[in-house]
Design a protein. Structure first.
Length: 202
């Protein structure tokens, strides 16, 4: 189960190349200068040295050999890239939040966006419990009715750390899922309404 909460944003620094320079390992190096040569008529002409091909003769044959030339360590690459949630987010866990065994996770992006969900050790998911339903109607209005617009995220609901996000019904018991962080609620995972069993796959 994922709910997204933002606590601000930060602009990443811009980088670029200086005019007339190319990037190499260890820094920048100047572009090759034009060389002055004489043609058959004896006149001088400006020529730029031809760039050498990055492919050698052995890469022009079989496609597998060409791939090996481009990436000699290709056999060491993973079959699938790592999920974005692992590479772009810092993972935190809140243990026993307000009640015993109410464990939740917080995945925080560098821009301040937080994804809130249930940890696998939460009492509602223990022993692969049969989750019957997820209800976002826990306040004056349903959390699923939030529709934010614009750059300033108009209509977002501001919540405290102990504010309720939803109710999870499992084992004939309902559990209140909290926000865990102070911020503005941008959206909820509406798929959980029709597919509450997704909680066991998180």
């Amino acid at each position: 189960m994922d709910e997204r909460v933002t606590r601000g944003s930060s602009n990443s620094p811009q980088t670029g190349f200086h005019a007339g320079e190319t990037e190499e390992a260890g820094g920048f190096s100047s572009l090759p200068k034009k060389q002055c040569t004489k043609n058959r008529s004896g006149e001088e002409s400006d020529q730029t040295p031809r760039e050498e091909s990055i492919f050698n003769d052995s890469c022009t044959g079989d496609s597998a050999e060409a791939i090996f030339c481009l990436c000699p360590a290709a056999h060491e690459l993973p079959l699938r890239p790592s999920p974005a949630i692992e590479s772009n987010y810092v993972q935190y866990y809140v243990i026993d939040f307000l009640k015993p065994e109410h464990d939740q996770y917080i995945y925080r992006h560098a821009n301040g966006l937080c994804v809130i969900g249930l940890a696998s050790t939460h009492v509602a998911l223990k022993n692969k419990s049969d989750v019957k339903a997820v209800d976002f109607n826990v306040g004056k209005s349903s959390r699923s009715d939030i529709k934010v617009t614009g750059k300033r995220k108009k209509n977002a609901h501001f919540l405290e750390a102990n504010s309720a996000l939803c109710k999870v019904i499992a084992n004939d018991t309902f559990y209140i899922i909290r926000c865990c962080v102070r911020g503005a609620l941008l959206e909820v995972n509406e798929r959980l309404i029709k597919e509450p069993e997704l909680l066991n796959k998180s």
